[in-house]
Design a protein around this ligand. Sequence first.
Ligand code: UDP
Length: 325
Amino acid sequence: MRVVVSGGSGFLGSHLCEALLSRGDSVCCLDNHSSGRPVNIAHLRHDARFAFEAWDVTERFSVSGDVDAVVHLASPASPVDYQRFPLETLAAGSKGTENMLRLAERHSARFVLASTSEVYGDPEVHPQDEEYWGHVNPIGPRSVYDEAKRFAEAVTMAYRRSLAADVGIVRIFNTYGPRMRSYDGRVVSSFIRQALRGEPLTVFGDGSQTRSFCYVDDMVRGLIAMIDSDRPGPFNLGNPNERTVRELAELIAVITGSHCGLRFLPLPVDDPVRRRPVVARAREALGWQPRVSLEEGLRNTVDWFAAQSRTPLRPSHQSPVGRPS
Ligand code: UDP
């Protein structure tokens, strides 16, 4: 297959490009390097089946030759990133999704949208299955991401209804692993960075809020199963193993041997209280389920972060997200 991956230099995108190449596919990776990093795909550049285009998905994109699938991952994805770039986030989810849908349509290719658990907002139903319509504050600070992804789902389904487009939607829950940016503001990367530097772990609120963390390799298997499927979804992809943020901090402290304790800071506005996916649909339709335990995944991630700190990247690679072009 030849697969176009938007956001292919990002944390998740780079793992997807790598997995597609290793099963024999060709990959055209698009990224504007607003939050994706060249270093994430540097090891793929020598592969003749890998092509990179510096591209902002809010611009129309065309490519010659066959395309079998388009996977739209491009967007700022951590709360710190999307609140820093609210307009760019809205554009990536709206214009960006339509441009990638058009690209898929022109090539009669399958289109896979990376949607998010954030479409459920601060859920009043627990755990969350795909029937739940969500509880999103449309004017809050997270709305730029949540509503952009909700629009992205709507336009994807409109292409299916009006053009019979071959589309699939996955709703991605919290995912972690190697290649997260240490300053992306997410909880796993922040806690690991702090623990390895001998700093206290910054727990927001009292740490009783929950998330369910999925290791990146499991997520990539789910994405590939959706590329290969003809089902529209939406399907939740995530690990139903739910933990409080405080439990996560304590686990990372044990794995890293940190004795620096916790530092409690105010809870951000509209921070969801509980989140856990029901993955029965993905299991039935895609034959997919997560395999990697939180302990194992965190150990791999800590090892990766520790290796990075032994061979530090240039400061620009470690700094928070740059402005999208
Ligand atoms: N969080 C925290 N300390 C941090 C960063 C995040 O306690 O240094 C909390 C955050 O308030 C949220 C949870 O961890 O309740 C997950 O945050 P993240 O930004 O990783 O993802 P999201 O909120 O999008 O699920």
